[in-house]
Design a protein around this ligand. Structure first.
Ligand code: CP
Length: 303
């Protein structure tokens, strides 16, 4: 049985409580994995990882699976809709069931806030947060920092504007916590109905014009699936007021990069043509997710 300290060191629940050194070592290890030409390095071939997604995902789920397979791990994929969750089994009982069968680590995505912390205190395997309610999405932020570091060399002093549905964004929170540790200047921009007042002490809200004056313009998805009624009155109006339209993108400095965690609501928070413009890092972000997740899985499982 692993000690509590050992489990904590191998798990990745969030970036708020992870040191700058630890984050930097994950980014460095991801750079190592990206530089390797072999597609599969079977260093984890006696280890079993379960990807437990209680909420839908494309990028996170498949890039974890790619990362695990590239390290030679044995991969179990769990989808809530095809499991006994459909018969009313709880998240806790599901995770305990897979733990009882002998998995060595679990990657987990959850809708409700607070459940992941409780699970991490009760199970005896490392858990990796693949998206935790409105709380954190640490591997997304790690791949975001990795993308910025590749482009700019250093994160210190970088001006990062995070724009859109801050209130419902676990990505905004993880990016904020991590970027602050590296001395980046984070600003938010959002309509009143999508602001997170508790974060205002860490990052000021600025106008859309001010937000465009940045090294990184990070657009967030309007998270309709998390909204109470009335938060988004009109997608067309939102686009005009808070969208990265072609007109706004044309006025950005040529050195500014455009990011978005995706999935994208095209022509709502970002115009169709901007998604694949030369300044857009949206698809490179997805590529960078694989080496980042290799580094995170290796950290969880390597002896
Ligand atoms: N960025 C992100 O988390 O995408 P998925 O929901 O597809 O995993």
């Amino acid at each position: 049985m692993m000690t509590a300290t050992h489990l904590k060191e191998r798990s990745l629940l969030g970036l708020k409580d992870l040191s700058r050194n630890e984050i930097e070592s994950i980014l460095d290890r991801a750079a190592y994995w990206e530089s390797q030409s072999e597609k599969v390095v079977p260093m984890l071939n006696s280890q079993f990882v379960a990807n437990m997604f209680f909420e839908n995902s494309t990028r996170t789920r498949f890039s974890f699976e790619m990362a695990e397979k590239r390290l030679g791990a044995q991969v179990l994929n769990f989808a809530a809709a095809a499991s006994s969750v459909d018969k009313g089994e709880s998240i806790y009982d599901t995770v305990r069931t897979l733990e009882s069968m002998g998995i060595d680590a679990g990657v987990i995505r959850l809708k409700p806030d607070g459940v992941l912390q409780h699970l991490a205190e009760t199970v005896n395997i490392p858990l990796i947060n693949a998206g935790d309610g409105n709380n954190e999405h640490p591997t997304q932020a790690l791949l975001d920092l990795y993308t910025m570091r590749k482009k700019f060399g250093s994160l210190k002093g970088l001006k990062v504007s995070i724009i859109g549905d801050i209130q419902h964004s676990r990505v905004a929170r993880s990016d904020l916590w991590a970027l602050k540790k590296f001395g980046a200047e984070v600003r938010f921009c959002a309509p009143n109905s999508m602001r997170a007042p508790e974060l205002e002490q860490y990052a000021p809200y600025v106008s859309m014009d001010e937000a465009m004056e940045a090294d990184v313009v990070m657009m967030l998805r309007v998270q309709l699936e998390r909204h109470a009624t009335g938060i988004l009155k009109s997608a067309a109006e939102y686009r005009v007021q808070y969208g990265l339209t072609e007109a706004r993108a044309a006025k950005l400095s040529k050195d500014t990069i455009i990011m978005h965690p995706a999935p994208v609501n095209r022509n709502v928070e970002i115009d169709d043509l901007v998604v694949e413009s030369s300044q857009s890092m949206i698809f490179p972000q997805m590529s960078n997710g694989v080496p980042i997740r290799m580094a995170v899985i290796e950290r969880a499982l390597k002896n």
